[in-house]
Write a new protein. Structure first.
Length: 474
């Protein structure tokens, strides 16, 4: 039996610049499938890395001749690209079994199977074991009713099998299957941060999050649980990617790995293995954790951590409370200053378009961001992703004015606020970027910064025309 995984052709979030990440989700699935099903023929096609456009994709599907095709579904904004991929598969051979998963299709499994005939199966939630069992079941032509976590059609009805329990120990998972893409592994890059140095990889150190922010789908998707690989297992994966493929720039993709004892032990592992001089890695963290665990920041920097991104979100304590964020706006500047003091590049993300936002509140917001002064600020529009409390609230109250999933990318406004139209919300986003990056002083300070990440970033951004690209959204 032949299984083909596809990362479809797509445009990446231009705010990140030239950015080509490896298709981590399908590499994890492919590695697990290989481990559990030794007799399968498995292929991974990354259309970006292999320069396969839509015209070429149909021919590649035909030449591959798979029995099962699974398309990556990284984010809601890629929904139609996934569906287009499945359409091509069905056009190449109607007997190909098509599979999707991920947070969007998990949250909207019923709706998706009702609307999109090109989908045969939806793997809900954690995908490794469900997808592996689905393949085995199809290969042996057995009833699908035994595959937990699966949604599908049967005799004109949509069936949702019971959910699957989460994997108890993430250390049991194989290292993602980078060997499936080793011929073009050096094409992956993050030029804003790593410059022209080839090679960029992602490491999933944990799954889920202990917090329940209203705009984030992690809580629901991972069953309200947070699980982590052990520090040794995380270090094993980082070392494997470096030793086998020569990739030294790594992103620990976790929404919130945490900066406590586990991260301290990870640093000990990397330092003890002699990797700290070679690796550059970055994590996402909360402002309160940066402050609470500031004593480990020097060790993180010594272990190769050059970059931390924190979701500061808002200047307004009421807004943070409405987001259920459980952080304080008053901690924002201190968290950024602590990172800078330890020569760690301090990135912050901020959210605009909250229900109470007005022109006045946005002016206050921009003043706050300039005061906090992170090394890099990313502004996003509040977006109600399926599977979030925000989505249910917005849908129930009739706030959604745009239901085109392609625009659910955090840079297109899909709903107004009480005081701003969608167009005004969009305009306020542009003003945020112009306010922060339009500062000549900030740009010159960045270009000549002693922190090499900050120098690279600002020199790269100087030639990218970010503000012009944002203007074109109107």
């Amino acid at each position: 039996m032949k299984v083909l995984f596809i990362e479809p052709p797509k445009d990446f979030w231009f705010v990140m610049g030239e950015y080509l990440p490896p298709p981590l989700g399908i590499l994890e699935l492919a590695a697990y499938l290989e481990l559990k099903n030794k007799d399968l023929d498995i292929e991974v096609l990354d259309c970006q890395a292999e320069s396969v456009d839509w015209d070429k994709l149909e021919k590649r599907i035909e030449s591959s001749n798979p029995d099962i095709l699974a398309s990556s579904a990284l984010a809601t904004c890629n929904t139609y690209l996934v569906l287009r991929t499945l359409e091509l598969a069905k056009r190449a051979d109607p007997d190909i079994k098509t599979v999707v998963g991920g947070q969007h299709f998990t949250a909207l499994a019923q709706e998706s199977l009702e609307i999109y005939p090109e989908i045969d199966f939806i793997v809900r939630g954690e995908g490794e074991e469900t997808f592996s069992q689905l393949v085995k079941t199809l290969n042996k032509n057995k009833p699908l009713s035994s595959v937990q976590g699966l949604s599908f059609r049967h005799n004109g009805e949509i069936i949702h099998n019971p959910p699957r329990p989460l994997i108890s120990d993430l250390d049991d998972l194989p290292i993602p299957g980078y060997h499936f893409i080793e011929d073009h592994v050096n094409k992956y890059n993050f030029k804003m941060m790593a410059g022209s140095k080839p090679g960029y990889a992602m490491v999933e150190a944990s799954r889920g999050c202990a917090h329940r922010c209203t705009f984030c789908s992690q809580w629901e998707y991972w069953g309200g649980k947070w699980r982590s690989k052990s520090p040794k297992r995380i270090a094993d994966e980082m070392e494997h990617i470096y030793r086998e493929y020569g990739i030294s720039f790594l992103w620990l993709t976790d929404d919130n790995l945490g900066l406590g004892d586990r991260t301290s032990k990870l640093c000990d592992e990397l330092i003890g293995r002699g990797l700290s001089e070679d690796l550059m890695w970055f994590v996402q963290a909360r402002s309160d954790d940066i402050i609470k665990y500031s004593d480990i920041l020097p060790k993180m920097r010594k272990a190769g951590n050059y970059w931390v991104m924190a979701g500061l979100e808002s200047h307004d304590e009421v807004t943070l409370k409405n987001f259920n964020k459980n952080i304080k706006a008053s901690d924002s500047k201190l968290s950024m200053d602590l990172l800078k003091e330890n020569d760690i590049f301090a990135q912050a993300t901020f959210i605009t378009g909250e229900r109470k936002d007005s022109h006045g509140s946005m002016n206050e917001f921009r003043e706050f961001v300039n005061y906090v002064d992170p090394d890099l600020a990313i502004f996003m529009i509040l977006t109600p992703f399926p599977g979030t409390e925000l989505y249910e609230t917005s849908k129930r109250n009739g706030w959604l004015e745009d239901t085109n999933w392609a625009n659910y990318d955090m840079i297109h406004a899909v709903m107004p606020t009480e005081h701003l139209s969608r167009h005004e919300v969009q305009e306020e986003l542009y003003k945020c970027y112009r306010s922060f990056y339009g500062s000549i002083k900030r740009r010159m300070t960045g270009i000549f910064s002693r922190n090499r990440f900050k120098r690279k970033t600002y020199r790269y951004m100087a030639g990218q025309g970010l503000l012009g690209a944002l203007r074109d959204l109107f």
